[in-house]
Write a protein that binds this ligand. Structure first.
Ligand SMILES: [Zn+2]
Length: 240
């Protein structure tokens, strides 16, 4: 488990990292969870939360509605009495147990998507439906829930992707960025690659120094700035 601490003492721990990174944010005895990973990780997720002494979560943030992030959402909502926050446009997906549509952002994944018609993944990877308690639109401040931070609409990977910004210092960005390839930032799958690149600028404008993706390792501000600049120079912008 890796833990980062912001200047105001908010602790962010990566508690799962295999199928999908799950992060616990801890502040003054309150806990918040970002994403839930897949069904086969449920035991590990529960153990990790139990080992931190967590019996109740103030909030479960779903960065977006893809099965690798949402398969344990209904379970976590019930077991840890968590309210679920999701973007308004993806609330109906959560309530139906369906996935947001995706495309490839680079040629290998574009070919793959065409080959397996994975744009219809909502048919193949349904998950247990559950309710959306908080519907995020634009920006949602977490001050009332006791956390110095906010949720921010960061579309591109899906139309309703959101990120969690803590202390204007560390951002949990879901699949808006990808930390699997060395120094890379672009997620190989996404609904709108151009929009995803514009979202990097939105995230840079938060002044965060560190970006924690749902897959792979943390990305530094320098890495994201470089990736964004490269895309500005590229003509035309990556298509989809
Ligand atoms: Zn995704």
């Amino acid at each position: 488990m890796i833990t980062w601490t912001t200047k105001n003492g908010v602790e962010i721990s990566r508690i799962l990292s295999r199928r999908c990174n799950c992060y616990v944010v801890r502040h003054r005895g309150r806990f918040l969870l970002v994403d839930t990973s897949r069904r086969m990780e449920r035991e590990n997720l529960t153990q990790a939360l139990d080992s931190l002494g967590i019996t109740r979560l103030s909030l479960l943030v779903l960065t977006h509605c893809h099965f690798d992030h949402t398969e344990n959402a209904a379970f976590v909502r019930q077991r840890f009495k968590a309210s679920i926050a999701v973007h308004t446009s993806e609330a109906p997906l959560l309530e139906a147990g369906e996935n947001a549509a995706i495309c490839g952002t680079v040629w290998p994944t574009r070919l793959l998507i065409r080959a397996v018609t994975a744009r219809h993944i909502h048919r193949f990877f349904r998950y247990r439906q559950t309710g959306a308690d908080i519907r995020v639109q634009g920006r949602f401040d977490l001050g009332a829930l006791g956390f110095p931070g906010y949720l921010l609409h960061t579309p591109g990977h899906t139309g309703g992707s959101v990120s969690l910004i803590v202390d204007n210092e560390i951002a949990m960005v879901g699949d808006a960025m990808f930390g699997v390839f060395k120094n890379g930032v672009l997620t190989p799958f996404g609904a709108d690659a151009g929009q995803m690149v514009r979202t990097w600028k939105t995230l840079l404008d938060t002044d965060c120094r560190l970006f924690l993706p749902a897959h792979g390792k943390a990305r530094t501000r320098d890495m994201v700035e470089q990736a964004w600049r490269r895309r500005q120079d590229a003509s035309p912008l990556i298509g989809h």
